[in-house]
Design a protein around this ligand. Structure first.
Ligand code: SAH
Ligand code: SF4
Ligand code: F3S
Length: 459
């Protein structure tokens, strides 16, 4: 029996066990962190729904409470501790099972803290043991005994886990796990392990079946997608070439590439294929060559700007989004101004801004020249101000243009309106019939509302 078949057996055992109780079992899941975690949560949902659990958004009515955690910054960690406090009653009064998984569980100081301060959990599992969740949960249910299932070695990639996707048109597909880059601020390589690429064939099969289910947009996921290294020498560029051939898929995105690995063959594939969205997420982190060096990013300010220029030349109308950290140890006023300078020059469509957060076990945490909180916050606010000003100006360029919009659903704030995204990932709100959901429409942009655009359907 294969490892996945074995886990399927456990799924069936739990299903049978729950059915005998003659009660509708419910589960609640809270996912923190990045899209890779979201994708892992879709797998967890797939497993527990096969066990017969029904999803609820209210932890107070759940029999199974799942937390999929993130530890990339301190505020992500605080969120878990707050939530664990909130669900204690549900456990004590109604016997709910509490299971905690994800990146945070790969950190010994965190599991120690949970064992000391929140000992009422039932199951802790890590990033390398997600596939074993059915077996671990079965042991909890049957023995009513706490389980801790964490591996420090890199787990294999297992294919064929059940999956319950959270969207009907857009789907994420992990192409690799882990990271080898060890940026000095980052905890990810320690909690996700080394890079392991999925087989090209498995990725293609997954996307082909998504296309046949009606999915239109695919986002390829990995901590460093352009160091993808599939079987038989399939590089990221070659993988993209295979994916664009899959009928039915209209849009392809990927996050995140690393600027140091952005090779010419990838630029060429993007330029030559209409399906690949012409907005590239290119994490900058800092605009200062000194800080970039201390971050171990392995590119300089000039190299980053040259790469952007090269891509602008070769990919007509290409746009960029980015991630920036402010307040890295040793960052001077001058360094910070270099970051502002790059932001002014590149004119990103979107900037994800973060205040540097010390992570136990990373080299940057041990650096002596930490920046005081107050300065970090002031710099963050200055960056935010610049980005907001730019977004406003940037959005103006959309006015009067015709954009291809993939219609995603009804607007959250107004059920009478439809919402969708442009290729550049801007939200557009417009009037239209619900049967348009899932199609791509030409929309004329008529108003700029800072965080979204208003449009009118053209036929
Ligand atoms: N592999 C991806 C990103 C992973 S984490 C990449 O290299 O781009 C997502 C973002 O979180 C990073 O790009 C970085 O901007 C931010 N980040 C990571 N560690 C951080 C830390 N210690 N403090 C603040 N932000 C951090
Ligand atoms: Fe972290 Fe750097 Fe790896 Fe991204 S590339 S996950 S920032 S170590
Ligand atoms: Fe967080 Fe883990 Fe993603 S630490 S950002 S959930 S890889």
């Amino acid at each position: 029996m294969s490892i996945i078949e074995e886990q399927n057996e456990y799924i069936n055992k739990i299903k049978k066990y729950n059915e005998e109780k003659n009660k509708k079992f419910k589960y609640y899941i809270l996912t923190m962190g990045c899209q890779l975690n979201e994708n892992d949560s879709e797998k967890l949902c797939g497993m527990v729904e096969k066990m017969g659990y029904e999803k609820t958004d209210n932890p107070n009515e759940a029999d199974l409470i799942l937390f999929n955690t993130c530890c990339v910054r301190e505020n992500a960690e605080d969120k878990l501790f707050g939530k664990l406090g909130e669900v204690k009653k549900q456990k004590e009064e109604k016997g709910a099972i509490i299971a905690i998984g994800g990146c945070m569980m790969q950190e010994k100081h965190i599991t120690d803290k949970i064992n000391k301060s929140y000992p009422y959990y039932d199951l802790i599992f890590g990033t390398h043991t997600l596939y074993r969740f059915p077996e671990d949960l079965y042991k909890v249910i049957l023995n009513r005994k706490k389980q801790e299932d964490i591996l420090d070695i890199d787990g294999e990639i297992y294919e064929g886990l059940p999956i319950k996707r959270s969207d009907n048109q857009k789907a994420s597909v992990a192409i690799m796990n882990g990271c080898n880059n060890f940026c000095t601020y980052c905890i990810v390589p320690y909690v996700r392990g080394r890079e392991r690429s999925r087989k090209p064939e498995d990725i293609i099969n997954e996307i082909t079946s998504l296309a046949s289910e009606g999915y239109k947009e695919i986002t390829l996921l990995g901590q460093n997608v352009n160091s993808y290294n599939g079987e038989n020498g399939v590089t990221f560029a070659k993988l993209l070439e295979k994916i664009v051939k899959i009928d039915g898929i209209e849009r392809i995105r990927f996050i995140s590439p690393h600027p140091k690995d952005f090779t010419d063959d990838v630029i060429k594939v993007i330029a030559e294929n209409e399906k690949i969205c012409k907005i590239i997420h290119l994490p900058l982190q800092s605009g200062s060559s000194n800080v970039l060096k201390a971050m171990n990013r392995r590119y300089s300010k000039e190299q980053y700007l040259n790469l952007v220029e090269k891509m602008k030349k070769q990919i007509p109308n290409v746009l960029f989004s980015t991630d920036i950290i402010v307040g890295f140890p040793g960052e001077t006023e001058e360094d910070f101004e270099d970051t502002l300078d790059v932001v002014e020059k590149v004119k990103f469509e979107q900037v994800y801004m973060f205040i540097y957060s010390r992570r136990v076990g990373t080299p940057a945490d041990k650096m002596e020249n930490q920046i005081p909180e107050e300065i970090k916050h002031k710099r963050f606010d200055r960056l935010k101000e610049l980005v907001e000003k730019q977004t406003e100006i940037n959005n103006e360029k959309y006015l009067g243009t015709i954009q291809k919009v993939l219609v995603e659903g009804t607007s959250k704030n107004n059920a009478e309106m439809l919402t969708g995204r442009t290729e550049s990932n801007k939200v557009v709100i417009f009037e239209g019939e619900k049967n348009l959901i899932g199609t791509t429409k030409n929309i004329e942009i008529i108003e700029n509302c800072l965080w979204y655009l208003k449009g009118k359907i053209l036929n």
